[in-house]
Design a protein around this ligand. Structure first.
Ligand code: SF4
Length: 318
């Protein structure tokens, strides 16, 4: 069987069976994460942002640290840029901390101290794309919005379209349309985690078809049964020595040197010198030029500041 890129037919009967069987599976295997039942848009936002490009085991750790430091949107908005970056710590992709901070501030200034319920207004906030918006809408407000992450793409691509996945075969726009179609109105808060967890535990990159409750309805099952295998996702390049590695080391050094008063809200703190910072990661002239270029990218992303020969974490002290 070869996959087709035409929108696959999903008869009402097949659609109904897939929904029923997967929701029944979720009833028995539900994972209790603190943000799923909280009906708190801020907690849902934090969880979704923590989950971007991050394994679930690490998400819990980052989420716990963040919500302990900033339990509410107001608390996050009141913190300095340096504080949120210190709390984010070594969790990676620190732009996410900046986005949470900026979004919290905008909500305090423009939305009465709360995340807006309107989905277009959510999408206009920093760092909120369709997936994060769907998590905030469904977990936070109980509204309908189909979340589409890599697990969900895999499940829908296989069950409905006959893809092997993780290598994508069906165009993303088709998957998005199917995600909307599959979700029964009024059930997003349960349907989204159902698909996420099913993709994380049963329909994994190497699928457990023998344990699958929808195997008889799955368009990819015959391909796997015939011995076809999913193409692995292309491995990322080596981390050590990469720009990401160096940026992480610069950020770590900036956090270590921060005196806790270097944020834009505090008005205190003077940071350290650029040359001593660069010297911690670079020894040759070429390395220093590279470190300086990367420091400039941190500044342009709001993660660090440079004024003359001085630099620091977050935004420059006023
Ligand atoms: S039969 Fe296999 S490929 Fe199809 S949904 Fe189940 S686990 Fe995934």
């Amino acid at each position: 069987m070869s996959p087709t890129h035409a929108p696959p037919e999903l008869t009402p009967q097949r659609l109904g069976r897939i929904r029923t069987l997967l929701l029944r599976w979720y009833d028995e295997h539900e994972q209790h994460f603190p943000w799923r039942g909280a009906r708190d848009p801020y907690l849902a936002l934090v969880a979704a942002v923590c989950a971007q490009q991050t394994q679930m085991s690490r998400v819990l750790e980052i989420y716990a640290r963040w919500t302990e430091a900033f339990p509410t949107l107001e608390a996050c908005a009141a913190a300095s840029r340096a504080e949120v970056l210190r709390v984010w710590g070594r969790a990676g992709y620190p732009r996410r901390a900046v986005h949470l901070h900026e979004t919290s501030r905008i909500c305090v200034e423009e939305h009465g101290g709360a995340l807006p319920r309107d989905q277009e207004a959510l999408l206009a906030l920093p760092g909120i794309g369709p997936f994060t918006m769907a998590i905030v809408s469904s977990f936070g407000f109980g509204d309908d919005a189909a979340a589409v992450d890599t697990n969900i793409i895999r499940v829908i691509g296989r069950v409905v379209c006959g893809d092997l996945q993780p290598a994508t075969e069906t165009p993303r726009a088709t998957i998005d349309a199917l995600a909307d179609q599959l979700m029964r109105p009024g059930t997003a808060a349960r349907w989204n985690p159902t698909l996420m967890d099913y993709g994380g535990r049963v329909c994994t990159p190497r699928p457990h078809c023998d344990e699958c409750v929808v195997s008889h309805l799955c368009a990819a099952r015959p391909r796997f049964a015939a011995g076809e295998v999913a193409e692995p996702v292309r491995a990322q390049g080596a981390f050590a020595g990469s720009d990401r590695d160096w940026r992480g080391r610069l950020m770590q050094e900036l956090r270590d040197r921060d005196d806790g008063h270097g944020g834009s809200n505090s008005g205190g703190g003077g940071g350290s010198t650029v040359s001593s910072l660069l010297g911690t990661v670079a020894s040759t002239r070429a390395e220093r030029a590279r470190a300086r270029r990367l420091l400039n990218t941190l500044v342009s992303e709001g993660l660090a500041w440079v004024e003359g020969e001085r630099c620091g974490l977050g935004a420059a002290p006023r």
